[in-house]
Write a protein that binds this ligand. Structure first.
Ligand SMILES: [Ca+2]
Length: 306
């Protein structure tokens, strides 16, 4: 933004000319949106992208109305614990998770030792996010982040910021910005990291020098453990402890290194169940801002131990 004065007037005119040439091509041309010039300026002035490249990408992106519908009612906001349990705590997913643990035991144990996150928890996140990599998302991320970044009425600012992060991520990691796929909300790979999280918390854990959440299971395992650690995971924590409602107030920290104890109530088959969540519950809920999500991860991780 601070370099705005230096933006050459001629290139703006050139971009308008290009826009005019291609404008009959597409109903939603995101290079021509009210808010797009700010994104273009930031990518060009602050991050050194070629203006013509940014315009080409924005022009290529397609508006997908189904993403706007999905983001308006995300599963973690509309679904109850009973719904989550029915979807995620299934025999097949439990079996597949146990198989995943067996197949990746060395890496999982290395991550557990290094970050303090149990192998069952890392595996449960992979199970809930992508069914252990079998469903990494089929939307073009550029379509997601432009549709939501320019046309979502509530969170467009957040998604525009992710759009800028996605430009940076694809440049740094040599990904094809036109072809990279993910969820409707732009989450990518085995571990479903959004662009800013990918850049900040994903790590190379198979030692090839490249952070690849799309193809490397090891990188996904290390990255999930690293994400949880950075977001407050404690070796001594237990995620949740079942309790009686009368005990919730009296509950005290079970270990001095833990800083949070959160009263939680879930309804299961019409019955209210009470728990205390700790730092580890909160760390999982930072992965996906939802108590039922974190509970599903916990529950699934316990099933893997049986
Ligand atoms: Ca790697």
């Amino acid at each position: 933004m601070k370099n705005k004065k230096n933006t050459p007037h001629i290139s703006y005119q050139l971009s308008l000319l290009i826009l005019m040439i291609f404008s009959f091509n597409s109903a939603a041309d995101y290079s021509n949106h009210n808010e797009s010039q700010k994104v273009i300026d930031e990518l060009v002035n602050d991050h050194g992208f070629e203006e013509s490249y940014v315009i080409e990408v924005l022009k290529y992106a397609k508006r997908r109305d189904e993403m706007l519908k999905s983001v308006a009612k995300p599963a973690e906001k509309t679904k109850t614990w009973d719904d989550y349990k029915a979807i995620f705590i299934k025999k097949k997913r439990i079996r597949d998770g146990k198989k995943f643990i067996k197949e990746n035991i060395k890496t999982l144990e290395r991550a557990e030792k290094e970050f303090g996150v149990p192998k069952e928890v890392i595996t449960a996140i992979l199970g809930v996010e992508t069914n252990f990599g079998s469903n990494k998302g089929s939307y073009k991320v550029i379509d997601s982040l432009t549709t939501l970044g320019f046309d979502d009425p509530r969170r467009s600012k957040f998604f525009r910021s992710e759009l800028i992060q996605f430009f940076l991520l694809t440049r740094e990691n040599n990904l094809d910005i036109f072809k990279t796929k993910g969820s409707y909300a732009g989450a990518m790979g085995y571990a479903q990291f959004i662009s800013s999280s990918y850049r900040a918390y994903a790590i190379d854990y198979d030692g090839d020098g490249y952070v690849d959440l799309f193809n490397s299971v090891d990188d996904a395992i290390g990255s999930i453990a690293n994400y949880l650690k950075v977001h407050g995971w404690k070796r001594e924590g237990s995620i949740v402890v079942k309790t009686h409602p009368n005990n919730v107030r009296k509950f005290y920290k079970p270990h001095k290194s833990l800083t949070q104890f959160i009263p939680l109530t879930f309804t299961e088959n019409g019955e209210e169940l009470h728990f205390i969540g700790d730092d580890n519950f909160r760390a999982i809920a930072r992965y996906n801002i939802s108590d039922v999500y974190a509970m599903a991860v916990y529950y699934l991780s316990e099933e893997f131990k049986k």
